[in-house]
Design a protein around this ligand. Sequence first.
Ligand SMILES: [Fe+2]
Ligand SMILES: [Fe+2]
Length: 192
Amino acid sequence: MDAVTLLRNDHKTVEGLFKKFEKFGPDAQKTKQDLVERIVEELSIHAAIEEQVLYPAARQAVPEATDEVLEALEEHHVVKWTLSELDGMDPADERYTAKVTVLIEGVRHHVKEEEGELFPQLRKAMKRAELEELAQALEAAKKVAPTHPHPRAPDTPPGNVAAGAAAGALDRAQDTGKRTVRRVLARARGHG
Ligand SMILES: [Fe+2]
Ligand SMILES: [Fe+2]
């Protein structure tokens, strides 16, 4: 697999979650919250691996795409702020659906630019073997990427690589803890 295919697959996964979210009405609060939880995780990981691996590689391979990459970083920044507000937000909040809708609009715009401009430029500038190597680097970064948004953390190398791995380890530990608590609570309810 090459890097562009890997990232496009991530985009498809997220778009699938967006479509599901849009299908549910105001009564489906729990379902919407579950979807938002997955959106937060998918987008946090995806943003981190692009910032750590893709964007620095793109700036090197396609110097004329620097402005596009800088704009992409700003779009990520806004997305991560919105994600951080949604992370843990009460789905009964009257702003909840509006916030998700604005997030979806922002991400769709960003994905359109990546797939329409940056990715074709990358495919032109890089050899097949290089794109495959880049995919391996993205896969490796995925394994340690943060699963929650960290909008205040550095988003360019070298700061983001070290901070991202530390945040990723902590996020994953906390995710596991939360899942365990949820299982215990569900079991307690089942027996109660
Ligand atoms: Fe991106
Ligand atoms: Fe992307």
